[in-house]
Design a protein around this ligand. Structure first.
Ligand code: 9YW
Length: 440
C-alpha cells in the first residue's frame, strides 16, 4: 500500500469499492465501461480495465482481452465496440454500422467498423509482469502476441499509406476523445445537406445531462462518417479517397509508440524477435518529433491530412507523447513548463490538474466531456510519462489527484476541475481500474 491516510474512506475501503464497481460492470465475458451509458465492450476501455485486473484478478484480465481479440477482423482491425445483443439502448447500434458489408468482419458476433487507441500490448505486458506465475497467463500471452502483431500491422499497413510511420484516424470516436475541441474545425468544414444525414436517435442524453454531452451537429457528422464507411464496404483505400476526417493524432500515435515498445518487451520475454517492433517504435517517435512538434505551444499537435495543416489546439492528450517516450529531455522540459502553466495547472493554480483542454482555451468547459474536465486515464498516462523523465514530484501530484477524486467523489467518467465534482457515467470502469493500478 503506497498511500498516507487522508480524510475519507480508508484505502482498503476505496480498493473494495473499486473492485465492486468492476464486479458490477462485469458481464461474465467483458466489463461494461459504465452501467447505463456504455453497455457494450469498448476496445481501449477493456485494455485499461485489464491493466487494473492484472493487479489482482489475472483470470478476469485474460477473459476481458480474449473477448475483444475474438472480435478482431481478418485484416487485423481491433474494433472500437463489440456489441452485446442483450443491450439495445445505445446509439449507434450494430445495425447502423453495417460492418457485415466488409469481407473482413467477423460473422459470429457484431462490431463497429472503427478502432480506438492501441493500449492493448501495454495491458498484456502488464499482465505478464504482474502475474507471470498465475495459471494460464503465459500461454494466454503467447496467443495474445500474434493478435497484437496483426493489430499493429493493420495500423501501419492500412492507416499509413504514405509510409510516414504515423497512422491516421478517420473518425472522432477513433481518437477516444470524440468531443475534443481538436476536431471542431474539421467538423465545421463538413457541410451537410439534410439528405446526407442518416436518420438516427441518440441514447446518451437519456442517461446524462445534455449539457455534458456533444452537440447534435457533432453527432450528425459522426453518423455521416459511419454511413460513408459502410457505403465503401469498409474498404480502407476507398474510404481515404474522400473521407473528410483523416488525422495523424498525437495521442493515438504516442500510445502506438508505447505499445510497440511494449510489444518488443513482450517478444523478448516470450522468446520472439523484438527488433521489428523496436524499429517501428523508433521511427514513429522520430516522425512525431519531425512532423508534429510545435515549439511555440511547447507540445505536439495533430495533423489534418485533408487540409494539410496542423490542428492548433492545446489539449492535454497531446502531452501523452511523454508516455510514449517521444520527446528528448529539452522538449520534455518545455512540455512540463506548459503543463505547469495556468493552461493546465499541474504545479500551480487552483483546482484539480490536469484538464483535458487548455483552461484558457476558447470554448473551455469544466463540465462538457473532453472540452476541459479531468479524465483519469489521461492523467494516468501523464503520470507515467512524467516519471519516465524523472519528474517524480509532478507525477506524485497526479497520482494524488487520481486517488483524491475517487475518494471524494466516486468512480466517475470525468471530473469538473473547478469543483472536483464527478460527471458523465458514474460507476465508470476504467476510473476504478486505474485507481486500483495506482494503489495496489
Ligand atoms: C461513445 C466508452 C467510451 C470511451 C471513449 C469516450 C466515450 C463515446 O465513451 O465515447 O459513445 O463511444 O469518449 O473514449 O471509450 O467509455
Amino acid at each position: 500500500m503506497k498511500e498516507d491516510e487522508p480524510a475519507g474512506p480508508k484505502v482498503e475501503d476505496l480498493i473494495a469499492q473499486a473492485k465492486m464497481v468492476l464486479d458490477f460492470n462485469w458481464t461474465g465475458e467483458y466489463t461494461r465501461p459504465g452501467p447505463r451509458l456504455y453497455p457494450h465492450q469498448w476496445s481501449w476501455d477493456s485494455a485499461l480495465i485489464a491493466l487494473g485486473y492484472a493487479r489482482y484478478a489475472p483470470d478476469r484480465a485474460m477473459r476481458e482481452l480474449s473477448h475483444l481479440f475474438d472480435a478482431q477482423w481478418k485484416n487485423g482491425l481491433l474494433p472500437q465496440i463489440v456489441f452485446n445483443p442483450d443491450f439495445a439502448a445505445y446509439f449507434p447500434d450494430a445495425s447502423f454500422w453495417h460492418a457485415d458489408e466488409s469481407p473482413d468482419a467477423p460473422t459470429h458476433l457484431r462490431t463497429s467498423g472503427i478502432v480506438q487507441p492501441p493500449v492493448h500490448a501495454t495491458a498484456v505486458l502488464a499482465l505478464l509482469r504482474n502475474a507471470a506465475e498465475a495459471p494460464g497467463v503465459r500461454s494466454f500471452c503467447e496467443k495474445a502476441f500474434s493478435r497484437l502483431v496483426s493489430w499493429h500491422d493493420y495500423l501501419y499497413r492500412e492507416r499509413d499509406p504514405g509510409g510516414e510511420n504515423l497512422v491516421y484516424i478517420r473518425h472522432p470516436w477513433e481518437s477516444g476523445m470524440d468531443n475534443s475541441p481538436m476536431w471542431d474545425a474539421i467538423l465545421e468544414s463538413m457541410f451537410l445537406y439534410p439528405s446526407d444525414i442518416p436518420s438516427y436517435k441518440r441514447a446518451d442524453t437519456h442517461f446524462v445531462s445534455s449539457e455534458d454531452r456533444p452537440e447534435s451537429a457533432a453527432y450528425d457528422r459522426f453518423a455521416y462518417l459511419v454511413k460513408l464507411f459502410a457505403e465503401r464496404n469498409y474498404d480502407e483505400a476507398r474510404i481515404r479517397e474522400d473521407c473528410p476526417f483523416l488525422v495523424q493524432d498525437v495521442l493515438f500515435n504516442s500510445l502506438l509508440c508505447r505499445a510497440e515498445r511494449d510489444l518488443a518487451e513482450l517478444a523478448r520475454t516470450l522468446g520472439e524477435e523484438p527488433s521489428a517492433f523496436e524499429a517501428r517504435a523508433r521511427k514513429t517517435a522520430e516522425a512525431i518529433n519531425d512532423k508534429l512538434w510545435d515549439g511555440e505551444r511547447g507540445t505536439y499537435l495533430g495533423f489534418d491530412l485533408v487540409s494539410g495543416a496542423h490542428i492548433k489546439v492545446l489539449a492535454a492528450p497531446n502531452f501523452v507523447a511523454l508516455y510514449g517516450e517521444v520527446p528528448d529531455r529539452k522538449r520534455a522540459r518545455a512540455m512540463l513548463a506548459r503543463l505547469s502553466s495556468p493552461s493546465f495547472s499541474l504545479t500551480e493554480g487552483t483546482g484539480v490538474p490536469v484538464t483535458s483542454y487548455d483552461r484558457l482555451g476558447f470554448g473551455f468547459s469544466s463540465v462538457r466531456y473532453w472540452r476541459g474536465p479531468v479524465w483519469v486515464n489521461i492523467d494516468w498516462f501523464l503520470m507515467h510519462g512524467l516519471r519516465r523523465y524523472g519528474y517524480e514530484d509532478e507525477a506524485d501530484r497526479l497520482r494524488e489527484a487520481i486517488v483524491r477524486l475517487c475518494r471524494e467523489e466516486g468512480f466517475y467518467e470525468y471530473f469538473d476541475p473547478t469543483t472536483g465534482m464527478g460527471h458523465g457515467s458514474d460507476l465508470f470502469s476504467w476510473t476504478a481500474a486505474l485507481l486500483l493500478d495506482v494503489v495496489l
